[in-house]
Design a protein around this ligand. Structure first.
Ligand SMILES: Nc1ncnc2c1ncn2[C@@H]1O[C@H](COP(=O)(O)OP(=O)(O)OP(=O)(O)O)[C@@H](O)[C@H]1O
Ligand SMILES: [Mg+2]
Length: 322
């Protein structure tokens, strides 16, 4: 028995801080307003390079475990050293790894996070190879292997994600007491029509403001977006706004909280740390305000360190809520 299973991505992240290169504005602003320019045909030096583990389902699992919540991720890695590093790291943190899938053909996902020399706040480019993540599959058998109370579904890549949604929906129909937290990715939000049924079984929907606008199809204030989204079915809607904090709405209570600290070093993993903190808060305190507070603190702490997992809060923080 674990409290939570997480479903979604697992990657190795490599964070590069460029010594050369430039951010330039793009004349065709309708596509990308800024571009990262590095010389072609030349060796470009790095100021620093860091390896770390990442991917939504992995980050959330590590964060929950740090907060003392038992967890098992359903992720897919390749049969390679990168995948083994991810598995070993999870084991070391006391996380149940028996639901992890190994792909015989594809290698483990890999992300290059590239910061330009000027370090323009949150501006970074991520080069992403999804690899084995694209073949992640689940069926009722997978979902029956262990007992749990929550499913945290993070963003899904590849073409097989609709089936993952269907499997979780079938499970929820059979076991309505299992709670579903969902942080959909761009791959999901691009196909809105396929999301309606899943939204209606979602207990906690986590989005950033751009994703919330995309889901509704128009830019509105956070309060109006929250109201429109709750009407689609989720019981609790959380909209994060980067350095402007986050909002929670459950159809009655509407809460906002500002960020806890201002030292941004690497924004990678902010969304995952927020989601993990929020769900941990609901599990531990069953209180919206405390859950929002823990989410803000956890994400604020992660963005003050390099990588998606350094800086995640541990159980010591829980004393604050007594
Ligand atoms: N510069 C920052 N300083 C402090 N906290 C931050 C900062 N940026 C983000 N956070 C925290 O992280 C939360 C989530 O950030 P954001 O809204 O950027 O999510 P996201 O776009 O989903 O992130 P991700 O790119 O990780 O998916 C914010 O609500 C905030 O609490
Ligand atoms: Mg996000």
């Amino acid at each position: 028995m674990v409290k939570v299973i997480t479903v979604g991505g697992a990657v190795r992240d490599i964070t590069f801080y460029l010594e050369e290169g430039k951010v330039i504005s793009n004349r065709r602003k309708s596509i990308y307003s800024k571009l990262l320019a590095i010389p072609l045909g030349k060796k470009v030096y790095l100021r620093q390079a860091y390896f770390s583990c990442g991917g939504g389902a992995t980050n959330v699992a590590v964060s929950l475990a740090n907060l003392g919540i038992s967890v098992a991720p359903i992720i897919r890695v390749g049969q390679d050293p990168r995948g083994q590093i991810i598995i070993d790291d999870l084991k070391k943190k006391g996380i149940l790894t028996k639901l992890i899938q190994t792909d015989r053909q594809l290698s483990t996902g890999l992300s290059f996070v590239i910061y330009p020399p000027q370090r323009l706040k949150q501006d970074r480019t991520i080069l992403s190879y999804r690899g084995a993540n694209d073949e992640l599959k689940i069926n009722q058998q997978t979902l029956k292997q262990i007992k749990y109370q929550w499913i945290y579904l993070s963003s899904l890549s590849g073409k097989k994600w609709t089936n993952i949604l269907k499997q979780i929906m079938d499970l929820k129909l059979k076991h309505p007491l299992i709670k579903i937290a969902w942080n959909p990715g761009s791959n999901q939000l691009k196909e809105k029509k396929k999301l309606n049924k899943f939204l209606s079984i979602t207990d906690v929907l986590l989005l950033n403001k751009e994703e919330a606008s995309e889901l509704i199809g128009t830019k509105l204030s956070v309060n109006n977006l929250s109201k429109r989204i709750v009407n689609l079915g989720p019981k609790i809607v959380v909209i994060t706004q980067g350095k402007f904090g986050a909002n929670v709405y459950n159809g009655q209570q509407n809460l906002h909280q500002s960020i806890s600290q201002h030292r941004l070093v690497d924004a990678t993993g902010a969304g995952d740390a927020f989601g993990a903190g929020f769900v941990a808060g609901l599990i531990l305190f069953d209180d919206l305000k405390k859950a929002l507070d823990l989410a803000i603190r956890n994400s604020g702490s992660v963005v003050s360190k390099i990588g998606a997992q350094q800086g995640l809060l541990n159980r010591k923080i829980l004393k604050k809520y007594n």
